[in-house]
Design a protein. Sequence first.
Lengths: 351, 105
Amino acid sequence: MGSGPRWRSDRESRTDRARRTRRRLTIGSSKESNHRSGRPAVSGRVGVAARTRRRRSPPDRSDSVGPPHGSPAVNAIKGAFRQGFAAAGASADRDINHPGIVSSIQNLIDPLHPFEGFLTEPAISLADSLQKVWRPDLDEPYAAQALAENNAAHWIPFDPQHVPSAAEQRATERDLALLVLGHRFGPQVGEISVRPAGPFGRFKSAEDFELEAYRQLQRFHNEAFAKIEQSIRTGSLTPPPGLPQPLFFGKELDAAVRNQFREWVRSEGIEEGPTGVVRINRRLYDQTAAPGAKRYRQPDVYVPQANSILEGTMAPKSWRTPQIRDYRAFSGANTTVVRPQARGTSYGVVQ
Amino acid sequence: MHEHVSHFEAYVDFISYVLISAATEFTPQTFLPPEEQTNLENAFQTLFNKFPLVARRLRTPAAAPELKRLLQSSLEAYRSGDVLRGGHILQEFRADLLAQATHRG
């Protein structure tokens, strides 16, 4: 097969990554025990203790790059794969043994634990990303229906001579992960359950989103601060005449962070806009002002449902800062000040 | 690519991001797939492709060709490894753009 070396290379790198991370998702038998205890299934992100309890010394298969084609693991996933096609009403005449698809399947299975309830790190991250494509109007079998929508775009074309692109392989793996998680193990696989996407995408609530938004903002501030500092030092970024450097620095920081934050929100599939569930640098009007007065502020990030404003700044701001007081007066929201760590800590403003 | 650059302010913020990243590095973002990671070429492609977002806010539409020329000069400077010149021209592009732009209605 012409694509042989390419697939092998990719498979090996993923396998190596899986070995390094040793992050496991237990399914199958763990579901049963959790069902008995009335607790949710073990999560891919939490439940470390549970994972540790179940972890065993793996057999020495360091030379392995995944289960063989005819292994129970591959066959089981192929079964799920066929079910997916049938349930989706899609043509079942695709070649389940296409080398690209088999490679994709192998990439989903932890080589050290051939289908004893373990999936690889790529499979877990793929499953995470699947939460973003889940839509509330899709009923079970959700995997199949999602596939029906994306079938043509995602599956590697049935052509033994076709050399799959990296994007095709990734898309196919994603579909396979969805099938595996959806059809074989049901909608609940611990925390990485495939659930309807609400206004906050994969986040269960506005508060969950706001917490992650804060983390991302902090990271973006730290990253942008370092870059701006270096850019000014090397002379590639220069303040325009008449603009004090600290002010210039702050404006550049705000702008670069806003860009990053917009991109992240977009990647999460969450609506941003003047009336969106997330508002980035949008006007917040004073509802009590006289008609026509149009007093407003522009908080960096406003999440109305979380009653929260995240304000990036270099200098400390407190309840005494007019801007912060106005945020509260105009929206009733609590403000968290986010600062580059090089400049100080971030904190919530207390009234 | 860069679908978040969907309005005038987002475009201007994107310039800031390109300015500081082209001078240092385009840090890979874990929340984006490999094909959506920003680099110099696709960043400028976005600046060119989404130029209509800002062109419609120009007081004098005739300024658009000159602005695009600045954009092209900046890209060429970066490509040639002249990061300082690339950055300065891109800053000039942004300053001219903001000076030319009308306030939003």
